[in-house]
Design a protein around this ligand. Structure first.
Ligand code: MN
Length: 749
């Protein structure tokens, strides 16, 4: 074993002093005993990790000290957590056992270290077990949230030092972080840590984008500071005059949240108008109430600047489910610019920045209601864990969803409050009330105004669902809902209906064929599947059963000899391989699917690339490949795709880097993309749309669906395009059509 050099020893000594100082400042140790307890943990960890170095080259013990530092300084955890943080890698990486820890410290510390050790086991495990294992671990963890918080601190330090890791490890670690740790941090109210994790992930995954936004923030700094000064000065005068003790700062949004907004709204950096927010944090006086004092400050601000009527958020009367409290409003500042102003007390600010841990500190003085959200959530997690009706993977997905849940409160006409996840629609709410109401929903009166089932709900909305006897769930409904309850109910219904349709469709087809004296066999089936563009028998039967395919032209079809060729299937070629022609799906084997079609076309040793249907990448997009373990095909995803993040979090070994993927040079190869249009309805608008698309020879339309209500129309068009440039050119042309307000590429991310 290599001994540390004197320089290493000095570094360790310095870090340890830093932790000492932080503990003293946070008043973690009340008695000398407490202090000895932490010291003992440090010496044991130092001894246990002796001579070991991290990838970055520094002595291993620096890592547990850093994690303990995050726990005490950035989260505000106490003595036991600091000890557990110092020991968190001891059992996993060294000779020491849990029994040792239990003997030297306490059984409680040993159980915390055990939780931390198990959690790292989850991330190293093979993913099929991973989901199941994760459930078990959470079951033990939900008793002590501190273990999850220390694990988040551990992850934060690993992310801060990620530069030392090889690229494929970076993809795995950032994916896990985005998939699990960011939502966990959000749910536990660790706002500062959540933002830092997001920024770090982006820095490693999208370095160019990260640097560009960062550069633009810096470039506009001077201009922004001048504006902020101009905005703050009159507020300062009024607050000083009223003798408030406060601090007013301007907070620039995180790089990640700016990037997110640019992507979501498809706007350039220059059009993100809310780059910064003004925050007023004040010391409360004993009288009047905290809440009243917040409103007094609000009143001072809005005496100077006019508030936006729709952008007032009162999270004091009704705190967010992760415990966040503040008063947010957007006001019209100088030069007609909207500026968000956040008002918080010092207590609220502490909770907002440091989350859950800060709650305990203030528990005695906070209203009972405020603790509700988190306690309820923890109970729900425990319940879900104890009733394993869903598969482990489903559980993980729902669990992840539940991390962001109950962010809005919606009321029934009778005034009953229901908490719903952010983004919930009228249809979600209908299912929340009752399965039968959901299945029959056609719309709602939201705050007494008629809205479609697709309308998104806001906190405080009063919603009365409108039903019709004739209404039935449709497959499109799955795109409307966000709650797992609604999704599950719709899926069950569709599955049942599909099963009925298949039965009915098959017998109907047999009868119709009999009229032409033809019996149902493989050859006839393949012919019909090709003619109706169905991928398999079940799709054909169910479409017949549902009446989507009418069999009126059956006689004529049976007479036709040639089969239809489908030219449109998208594919990628690796460089040097021969150009691929059309794919004839009328072949002799059963059930032709896209996968075997492409698989057979390529030669044995070259991998086959297929495009992910979840995010529909096209040439010009940033992409990452994922080797499907079953087929061996490489599925190409956009690098921003959620599904990819999920896969990479679990099977990083299957990730193929962008450089190894080459788009086809063949002009004849097209890729599927979806476009969303929105505008004012008029009689021939669809015709005009179709004309513009048809006029472009490099673009083929696959499907179009338009919905129109109250003079507004919204639609989705699926197209085959050659690359991102031809798509952008088409979007430009579509935007020029009279009545079209918006046209953009639909991104499923
Ligand atoms: Mn660690």
């Amino acid at each position: 074993m290599v001994e540390y050099s004197p320089a290493d020893e000095l570094l360790i000594e310095e870090k340890w002093r830093e932790l000492e100082e932080a503990c003293r400042k946070a008043k973690v140790c009340r008695r000398e005993d407490d202090w000895q307890f932490i010291k003992r943990a440090f010496f044991l960890a130092k001894e246990a990790h002796k001579g070991v170095r991290r990838r970055s080259g520094e002595p291993y013990i620096i890592h547990p000290i850093e994690v303990a530092l995050i726990a005490v300084r950035e989260i505000g955890l106490g003595k036991k957590s600091i000890v557990a943080a110092l020991l968190h890698d001891v059992v996993e990486d060294t000779e020491y056992t849990l029994e040792d820890i239990s003997r030297i410290f306490t059984p409680k510390i040993a159980s915390m270290v055990d939780g931390l050790t198990k959690m790292s086991g989850v991330f190293n495990a093979d993913s099929s077990e991973q989901a199941e294992y994760f459930r078990k671990v959470l079951l033990t963890l939900s008793d002590d949230v501190r273990v999850i918080i220390i694990k988040i601190a551990d992850r934060l330090h690993n992310m801060r030092t990620l530069g030392a890791m090889p690229p494929n490890k970076q993809i795995k670690i950032t994916s896990e972080t985005i998939y699990l740790f960011v939502p966990l941090a959000h749910r536990l109210g660790l706002h500062a840590i959540k933002s830092e994790l997001e920024d770090l992930c982006m820095r490693y995954r999208f370095p160019e984008e990260y640097e560009e936004i960062k550069r633009k923030i810096d470039e506009t700094e001077i201009e922004r500071q001048a504006y902020i000064e101009k905005f703050m000065t009159p507020i300062r005068e009024v607050l000083d005059r009223n003798k408030f003790q406060y601090e007013m700062t301007a907070r620039v949004k995180s790089v990640y949240s700016i990037w997110n907004k640019m992507r979501r709204k498809q706007i350039p950096f220059e059009e993100v108008y809310d780059l910064f927010a003004i925050r007023i944090v004040f010391k409360t006086l004993p009288f009047p109430s905290e809440k009243t004092q917040c409103w007094q400050i609000y009143s001072c601000v809005t005496d100077i600047y006019k508030p936006h009527p729709d952008r007032l958020r009162d999270w004091i009367s009704m705190p967010k489910s992760n415990g966040y409290e503040a008063l947010h409003s957007t006001v019209m500042g100088p030069d007609g610019i909207w500026v968000e102003v956040q008002v918080r007390t010092e207590r609220m600010d502490d909770i907002a920045e440091r989350g859950f841990a800060a709650h305990w500190k203030y528990k005695h003085q906070s209203i009972a209601q405020e603790e509700d959200g988190l306690d309820k959530w923890l109970r729900k997690v425990r319940d879900a864990l104890n009733s394993p009706t869903e598969s482990a993977q489903e559980f993980l997905d729902n669990f992840k969803l539940s991390l962001y849940k109950s962010d809005i409160v919606v009321f029934t006409p009778k005034g009953e409050a229901h908490s719903m996840p952010y983004g919930a629609t009228v249809l979600d709410f209908a299912y929340e009330i009752h399965t039968n109401i959901g299945n029959r929903a056609i719309g709602a009166k939201v705050n007494h105004r008629i809205q479609p089932i697709t309308a998104r709900l806001n906190s405080g909305d009063q919603v009365e669902i409108i039903t019709a006897e004739s209404a039935r769930p449709k497959a499109e409904w799955l795109d409307i809902v966000v709650t797992s309850k609604a999704r599950q109910t719709i899926q069950d219904y569709l599955k049942r209906e599909r099963y009925d349709n298949i039965e009915y469709g098959m017998s109907h087809l047999e009868e119709s064929l009999a009229e032409h004296n033809v019996t149902l066999n493989g050859r006839v089936l393949r012919k019909l599947m090709a003619a109706y563009e169905c991928r398999n028998k079940d799709e054909l039967y169910s479409k017949i059963g549902a009446g989507i395919i009418s069999l009126d032209n059956l006689g004529q079809l049976l007479k036709e000899n040639s089969s239809r060729k489908v030219l449109k299937f998208w594919k990628l070629l690796i460089p040097g391989s021969a150009a691929q022609e059309s794919v004839d799906i009328d072949r002799d084997d059963e059930a032709t699917t896209l996968d075997d079609t492409i698989g057979e076309e390529s030669s044995a040793d070259e991998p086959t690339f297929v495009m992910a249907t979840c995010c529909e990448p096209i040439p010009g997009d940033r992409v990452v490949g994922y080797r499907d373990p079953q087929s061996g095909h490489i599925v190409v995803h956009k690098s921003t795709c959620d599904m990819l993040t999920k896969l990479a979090a679990q099977h990083s070994e299957n990730i193929i880097k962008e450089e190894d993927i080459k788009w086809s040079q063949q002009k004849s190869v097209s890729y599927l993309a979806s476009v969303e249009v929105f505008g004012i309805d008029r009689p021939s608008i669809i015709l005009d749309l179709a004309k513009v698309i048809a006029a472009d020879f490099s673009i083929n339309m696959r499907a179009i669906s338009i919905q129109s209500h109250d003079g507004i129309f919204e639609g989705t068009i699926s197209l085959y395009v050659q690359d991102i440039d031809s798509l952008n050119m088409l979007l430009e042309k579509i935007r020029k059509i009279k009545g079209i307000e918006r046209a953009k590429r639909l991104v499923n991310e």
